[in-house]
Design a protein around this ligand. Structure first.
Ligand code: WTA
Length: 632
């Protein structure tokens, strides 16, 4: 582990001068059944990236079995239920081993084989992590879908990767809500011919409909299965999982991560960024508040902490239930030392005032983290002062679903921090700023589009079933470089500050949603002729969704229409994509070639109409005045 700023600089230098030797040393710390023959083979034209070539191992042996001699009775997870007076659960590394093996054997008995895809649609209960690891144990590919997505969004993801089995629950608790998860799955499966079996973990005891040919109750089969399951031998470049994420086109894409590089990189970054004491006698406790349905949950709830042998909290609920002090209550209850959350949560909890913080000591905390979106300076200061009591370094970790792990971040207490700056690249990561034409912008105190010029182990390998899409989305804008889609400033000291997306992807409460995806959901409403969606600054969510919608002049009451459009988006994507504002317009600003001038729409949504630029080249310049006048 890197423990001084000097050492960081040395390691960084080594990692750039000889990346292969650098990663070789780190990868050797894991348990491999067969060593790799070559560390790296790559080109960004294909793209074709391979790490630890021909290495054979299983990630679950590294995340679980490897720790058993010393840590069998150590906590892997403490689960805090949604209900404040509910019964919590402690899962030791030995329990984790047994549960994962039992489920792995169950999956085998349901005919799941290496390479088969398994969809996981579950709330935040330990079984969701068992499910991921059970797939990995037998070489099945997991595709976790966030349980807030609608049945149609779930169906699209299941179909795209032809999942054979779905693991789910009867229901889910989120705050005061009791969500009928199995009903959503049933609806989705009406259009998913590939699914042979559904395994349902009974969690809420909500009544469910059982399809006797297809449905299996978890509690009826898993407890009887053997707790010994030999781990499937996997190649470094075998697929570990698919995770769908939004891009600039309508359909979400399945980002593919492979076993070897992902293992090495998530563990390395977890250890170095958070700087936990991982000795057997340590009381350090990590808590990442993300959902396993997102990449943060994959890398820093499931794989990273387990690979490092850490103990962490899994929380089922929401930060505001039963009141806005829940996070702080849980931190005190379990003596959490390392807390990792999203700026949107910080802003929401800041907004309700300090009365919800005051009852709690928060004196166990040592390190705070932020992820998912740029953290504004005010939220950073509030977090630092009121939660970290000015003694906890804040690691602002920049990364993406496609990067697998953290790429730019401070190392807690080791490298300097600066409010709203992700600061410096991790060893092995070579960022570069380019202008619109792709020319490198060198030196400091500059701003440009953020690219990465050299592969790191946990980078995206392909988009499932469509390699061209991967090439087009990430490797074609600037040939020879991985393009992140983010804008970025490098300050006078070389510290990086991510300024937000420069493509048509929004970041709503730290969740990525493509404008095209929301537009196509809105357009399915019968009365909608056309729509254009942009993000706008939102105090709590970071960005809100602003939709401009064209409807025929005869259309019914606009308030009813707005409600219907929101219902449509809920149905097609899920509540996270619901527009905050819907402006009914008679046209959209388009160029003569029919391209929507989003820049203008963005400015209007932001409330900045002073400088809309030259609108004379528009097909119908008059429409801009109408839009400005009707701004919500
Ligand atoms: C944004 C989440 C600023 C960024 C791990 C990126 C951030 C997108 C930060 C990826 C951060 C994430 N500072 N922006 N610390 N972390 N982002 O795939 O725009 O859900 O491209 O991965 O979130 O979102 P994703």
């Amino acid at each position: 582990m890197i423990t001084t700023f000097e050492q960081y600089k040395e390691e960084y230098k080594k990692s750039v001068e000889n990346p292969e030797a650098f990663w070789d040393t780190i990868a050797k710390q894991f348990t491999w059944k067969q060593p790799w023959t070559k560390t790296l083979d790559w080109n960004f034209e294909g793209p074709d990236v391979k790490w630890f070539i021909h290495g054979k191992f299983n990630i679950t042996e590294n995340a679980i079995d490897r720790h058993l001699p010393a840590k069998a009775n150590q906590t892997a997870f403490i689960w805090e239920p949604n209900a404040v007076d509910g019964t919590n659960r402690v899962i030791t590394y030995q329990n984790l081993h047994d549960e994962v093996c039992k489920l792995a054997n169950t999956l085998k008995s349901l005919n799941v084989k290496k390479g088969d895809r398994v969809c996981i649609y579950m709330p935040m209960i330990p079984e969701a992590v068992f499910a991921m690891l059970a797939c990995a144990r037998i070489g099945a590919v997991h595709s976790v879908v966030f349980a807030g997505f609608s049945s149609s969004a779930l169906a699209g993801r299941i179909q795209d990767s032809d999942c054979k089995v779905v693991l789910t629950t009867d229901g889910a608790y989120r705050g005061v809500k009791d969500i009928p998860i199995k009903t959503v799955v049933d609806e989705a499966l009406e259009t998913c011919a590939s699914v042979e079996k559904v395994v349902i973990y009974k969690h809420t005891n909500t009544p469910i409909t059982i399809n006797s040919e297809r449905d299996v109750i978890w509690q009826d089969v898993v407890p009887q299965a053997s707790s010994i399951c030999e781990a499937e031998l996997m190649d470094s470049e075998d697929i570990l999982f698919i995770l769908y994420t939004s891009g600039s086109t309508g359909k979400p894409k399945g980002v593919v991560h492979t076993c070897g590089g992902y293992m090495v990189y998530t563990c390395y970054t977890f250890q170095n960024v958070f700087q936990m004491n991982l000795n057997t006698t340590s009381k350090d406790l990590f808590w990442c508040t993300a959902d396993v349905g997102w990449i943060t949950g994959h890398s820093y709830i499931a794989y990273g902490p387990l690979l490092a042998g850490a103990s962490s909290v899994i929380f089922e609920g929401v930060p505001t239930f039963p009141d806005a002090g829940r996070f702080w209550k849980v931190i005190d209850k379990y003596q959490v030392t390392h807390f990792y959350t999203a700026p949107t949560a910080i802003r929401a909890l800041e907004a309700v005032g300090l009365d919800f913080v005051k009852p709690y000591k928060l004196d166990s905390l040592k390190v705070l983290g932020s992820v998912g979106e740029p953290i504004n300076e005010e939220a950073w200061q509030w977090y630092h002062k009121n939660i970290g009591k000015e003694k906890c370094p804040i690691v602002d970790t920049w990364w993406q679903t496609e990067t697998g792990g953290i790429l730019i971040s401070a190392l807690a207490g080791v490298t300097p921090t600066k409010p709203s700056f992700a600061t410096l690249p991790m060893p092995g990561v070579q960022p570069l700023l380019v202008d619109e034409k792709g020319n490198e912008i060198s030196g400091n105190n500059v701003e440009g589009n953020l690219c990465i010029k050299f592969p790191w182990p946990s980078m995206i390998r392909t988009t499932y079933g469509d390699h061209d899409r991967c090439k087009k989305e990430y490797f074609s804008t600037y040939p020879g470089l991985y393009f992140t889609g983010d804008g970025c400033r490098r300050d006078e000291n070389g510290f990086y500050r991510i300024t937000g997306r420069v493509d048509d992807v929004m970041n709503i409460s730290g969740h990525r949603i493509g404008t095209a995806e929301v537009e196509s959901a809105i357009n399915t409403h019968n009365d909608v002729v056309e729509s254009a969606v942009v993000g706008y600054p939102h105090d709590i969510k970071g960005q809100g969704i602003y939709a401009y919608v064209i409807v025929p002049s005869t259309t019914k009451d606009h308030d009813i229409l707005r409600k219907e459009i929101i219902a449509e988006v809920n149905k097609i994507i899920g509540p996270i994509a619901k527009p905050d504002k819907i402006q009914i317009v008679s046209g959209l600003p388009k160029t003569r070639s029919g391209k929507i001038m989003r820049r203008i729409l963005r400015k209007v949504a932001e409330g900045d109409v002073s400088n809309l630029g030259d609108t004379s080249t528009l097909l119908d310049p008059g429409i801009v005045d109408e839009i400005v006048k009707g701004k919500l």
